[in-house]
Design a protein around this ligand. Structure first.
Ligand code: ZN
Length: 491
């Protein structure tokens, strides 16, 4: 382990200087992005974006021009390739500020802010078809050549506390600024620009209840700075970790594995039915010690009710999970079912009331009111999504949320995003447009199909066919090896 690696206790240092030395600017940006995305403590699946301002040859004039390469809409930093980055003329992006300034009403959530997104394609360099992210101005209008925007659990813990601003100063001094929550967009980009005009020494900013943005003029320095800042927050939290008293200490004990499995065998098919009344859902079960420490704790009902903070998290986890107030030591299965049924009824009512309270005249219609995260003391968490992989992402995001709450409660008091702000993200017209652009679901999407005799012949063909039509296929065969082979091809 090199001395640099040893410096970090809570993030993985993976820079390879020899490899990087052979890369051009764009290749180094992709390398940096993949490394950041590879560590779940640095950013969540699909979360965050990176950029570099590079000199490129203009295809029309042959002149050298400054181009912003910034991770575009969709995709994941860990697996990003050149195709995931949009490329935009910096001079044109800066000129957009005049259009924005001429609008009669400006600011986050004004009509001009959403309209600005439609101007980004006009700034495209070299016909790059990748759609630009709404975070583009956050990268364009800060002075560094290279910028990382991440959603690290440790930093969001700081960003989601009551004393977030003071804690930022305590941890980072005057090198890192703090801004209150603001929905990402043109106004937030200009806010950051103003911050740097006033304090040119700044290296980064904590975006309240959202994440981290930092930069440098050198790619390696930018990467190292991201790791430094994230690790620093994690160390600050670690020094104040509450140990046994995390989440107020344990109220319940976990069920032993055989007892838990006996309940789950009956519970899961029934629960899937209850949650699939509007649309079929697929679940991911998590019963590890970390999740159980949260669901078994004294504070779980209070914290679950507060909901998640980072916008990326609650788009999947919904504004809050459903906590089932079941006592695993004294309760029985019939009682658990009853509590889930009454909990679901209450959750749907609460969700509809939240929609009614927060909706605007032009808001899209209410979407499904069922929870996507269910927490059961003694048992664990069941997360839901339209596919197996989506339910895994939901689970990942609630794990992030638990980790954020652990950190925030260790150093101060956790606060969630205000309800109206959460709603304005969840029902943002741009978000709705993204949902509408998604390809239609395949005929057997959301279904789980078991094929007996899937190892060969007709069974194998049927398994492939169902998988191609969007089903999740369970392959069974007298020859388990053959079944596994079919499964390996279909998955
Ligand atoms: Zn973000």
């Amino acid at each position: 382990m090199s001395t640099v690696e040893k410096r970090y206790a809570h993030v993985t240092y993976a820079w390879d200087a020899q490899r990087a030395a052979k890369m051009n600017g764009l290749q180094t940006l992709i390398f940096r992005s993949n490394l950041l995305g590879d560590d779940g403590r640095i950013t969540n699946t699909g979360g965050g974006n990176t950029s570099s301002k590079l000199l490129e040859t203009d295809p029309l004039t042959g002149e050298q021009v400054e181009v912003l390469w910034v991770k575009g809409s969709g995709g994941d930093l860990r697996t990003s390739t050149a195709e995931n980055f949009s490329s935009l003329y910096m001079s044109k992006l800066v000129d957009l500020q005049q259009i924005y300034a001429a609008a009669p009403a400006r600011g986050a959530k004004t009509p001009i802010e959403d309209k600005m997104v439609s101007y980004y394609p006009h700034c495209t360099f070299n016909l790059n078809p990748r759609a630009s992210s709404i975070d583009t101005p956050l990268h364009a209008f800060v002075p560094w050549k290279h910028v990382d925007h991440t959603h690290p659990n440790s930093v969001i813990s700081v960003a989601a506390t009551r004393r977030s601003e003071q804690l930022t100063r305590e941890i980072y001094g005057d090198e890192i600024a703090w801004t209150p929550w603001m929905r990402p967009g043109f106004e937030l980009g200009l806010t950051l620009q103003r911050l740097w005009e006033k304090q040119p020494q700044l290296k980064g900013v904590i975006l309240g209840q959202h994440g981290l943005l930092n930069g440098a003029h050198d790619q390696y320095e930018c990467y190292e700075l991201s790791l430094d800042l994230i690790d620093k927050a994690a160390r600050f939290i670690e020094a104040r970790d509450r140990g046994d008293q995390t989440f107020g200490g344990q109220k319940y004990q976990s069920l032993d594995e055989s007892k838990r499995n006996a309940i789950l065998e009956q519970l899961l098919p029934w629960l899937r039915g209850e949650l699939s009344r509007q649309q079929r859902m697929v679940g991911t079960l998590q019963t590890d010690a970390t999740m159980l420490r949260f669901v078994n704790s004294q504070d779980a009902p209070r914290l679950a009710e507060l909901g998640t903070s980072c916008p990326d998290h609650f788009l999947r986890t919904k504004i809050k999970p459903m906590y089932v107030p079941w006592n695993p030591q004294s309760g029985d299965f019939a009682g658990l079912k009853q509590l889930i049924l009454s909990g679901l009824e209450q959750y749907r009512k609460d969700y509809a009331a939240y929609y009614e309270r927060c909706k605007h005249a032009d808001s899209p219609a209410m979407r499904g009111a069922d929870p996507t995260v269910i927490l059961i003391p003694g048992i664990g968490m069941i997360a839901w999504g339209k596919t197996k992989s989506e339910s895994r992402v939901t689970a990942e995001f609630y794990n992030c949320a638990v980790e954020v709450m652990r950190g925030a409660e260790a150093i101060d008091e956790y606060i969630a995003l205000p309800e109206q702000e959460a709603f304005d993200i969840e029902y943002w017209l741009l978000e709705e447009a993204k949902l509408k652009r998604m390809p239609p679901e395949k005929p057997y999407a959301r279904r789980v199909v078991m094929v007996v005799g899937a190892g060969s012949g007709i069974g194998k063909e049927v398994a492939h066919r169902f998988a191609n039509e969007g089903a999740h296929v369970v392959c069974a065969d007298l020859d388990p090896k053959a079944a596994q082979q079919t499964a390996d091809i279909t998955s």
